[in-house]
Structure formats: C-alpha cells, structure tokens
Design a protein around this ligand. Structure first.
Ligand SMILES: C[S@@+](CC[C@H](N)C(=O)[O-])C[C@H]1O[C@@H](n2cnc3c(N)ncnc32)[C@H](O)[C@@H]1O
Length: 240
C-alpha cells in the first residue's frame, strides 16, 4: 500500500501530493531549513558537486518545488536548467526566488509530471532530483522517464531521505522524526498531515540497495549510493 498524505480523503497519491505541497508552499523553505538544522543545504551542495567534472550544459531538475536544487546547480555554469513540478504553489515561490536572483535567463520552472515528461528522448546532459522521488505515485515509471529524457553518457543524481541504521543515532533520529518534527511542521505549515506524511513516506521508501535495484531496472548503470549524515540522507548516482 502506498503512503498518501490525506488518508481520510479520496484522490490519487499524485493529486494529494500536489494539494499538500500547494498548502505548505509558503512555509516550505523555512521549515526545510529549520527542521533539518540547515543540513539540507549541505546535502544539495554535496550532490551538485558530483556533476562538476561532467559540466552538464542542459539540466532537468525533477520535482523542483521552490527551486533550491536548480539554484544550487547554477554553480555548474550551465546554459539552461528546466525545473518541473506538479505543485503550482511551489513553482510560484520558486519563480519569485529566481526572479530575485535575476536568473530567469538560465532557470525556467514549468508545470509537469515526472511520470510523463513533456520532453523528447535523449535531451538533457544531466537529470537531478532532490527529495522528490519518494512522492512519486509510481517510482519505477518516474525513474524510467528520467532515464528516457537523458542523453546516453549523462548522469542522474537522486537525493532522498533514507533510514539511519546504527545505534544510538537511529533511535534519536526516529524519536525526533516521528514525534517532534510533525508537531512543529504541522503547526507552522497549518497542514495537519504534511509533516506526518514525511516520516511515514520515508519509512515506506526503499533506500540503499533496494533503491539501487529499482534504479537499475529503470535503465541506469554504474549506479552508486553515497550515505550522508549517519544515513539520514542518500545520494544515488546513475548513468545512461
Ligand atoms: C519535498 S519537495 C522537494 C522540492 C525540491 N526539490 C527541494 O529539494 O526542496 C517534493 C516536490 O516534489 C513534487 N512532486 C511530487 N510528485 C511529483 C511528480 N510526479 N511530478 C513532479 N513533481 C512532483 C512536489 O510537488 C514537491 O514540490
């Protein structure tokens, strides 16, 4: 059974996820940085650094949200970054940030579903996604689409929460993630479910080797997992 944000409502996971991110979009960035103690910024930086050698010119940022990963990718000096997302609320916040940075000539944010991308095959030099794949309705079809639109030889970078395994960090983290974070997140965002869905969806998500198995099935090769911050977050690298 897939984990959905609003268990007492109808609608597909995709529809519910879009509604949830629309609801929390005004507070999303603030909560991200506060609840992670700012370490989310380091995770995105670390992931983008992995593309330094390749110097991709045209990049697709999947599930771009408010655009933080796309903005981080500016450090690679690309010609074009396209961000896609199903939440108009998140995209609106992202567009304002990009306008403030005067980077509209490089980054454009578009409405779009990762599981059915509106781009031709073999178009992007790199495809990146941070904290997005866990929300897909169908993980394999989303990853397969990412593979389809990337050029052969291109690199895909996925950043996603994973589950710490070692004592005592696992126990401390679980307590924070399941009990403290939902209280702060749900109160500040004024959405009663969003920050309860977060730990539940991380718990249900296939991390480490299980994710790499699905990544390979979607067509990626030379796959590798880099575990960060005691296993709270993982970077998955794959090539086409
Ligand atoms: C946790 S946010 C991550 C945003 C951003 N990448 C970041 O690092 O802050 C997850 C985003 O994934 C988007 N999303 C979920 N499913 C999607 C799909 N099928 N297609 C496109 N975007 C999707 C949500 O709307 C949301 O903006």
């Amino acid at each position: 059974m897939s984990v959905i944000p609003y268990k007492d409502k109808d609608g597909s996971k995709r529809e519910q996820v879009a509604e949830m991110f629309d609801n929390i979009s005004p507070k999303y960035d603030l909560l991200n940085h506060v609840l992670s103690g700012g370490v989310d910024i380091y995770w995105r930086k670390r992931a983008i650094r992995l593309l330094k050698k390749q110097q991709p010119k045209v990049i697709l940022d999947i599930a771009t949200g408010t655009g933080d990963f796309a903005i981080e990718a500016l450090s690679l000096n690309p010609e074009k970054i396209i961000g896609v997302d199903i939440s108009e609320g998140m995209l609106a916040v992202g567009r304002e940030k990009i306008a403030r940075l005067k980077k509209e000539n490089i980054i454009s944010l578009q409405s779009g579903d990762s599981e059915s991308l509106n781009f031709t095959d073999n178009y992007f030099d790199a495809v990146i996604v941070s904290f997005g794949v866990r929300n897909f309705q169908n993980l394999l079809s989303g990853l397969s689409e990412m593979n389809r639109v990337m050029k052969p030889g291109g690199t895909c970078i996925v950043v996603e929460f994973s589950k710490p395994k070692s004592f005592p960090f696992k126990q401390l983290y679980n307590f924070y993630f399941k009990f403290i974070l939902p209280i702060i997140g749900n109160t500040v965002s004024k959405d009663s479910s969003a920050y309860t869905y977060l730990p539940e969806s991380v718990q249900a998500f296939p991390d480490g080797e299980a994710f790499l198995g699905i990544y390979k099935k979607a067509g990626f090769k030379n796959t590798k997992c880099i575990s960060l911050t005691f296993g709270v977050c993982s970077i998955y690298i794959g090539q086409k």
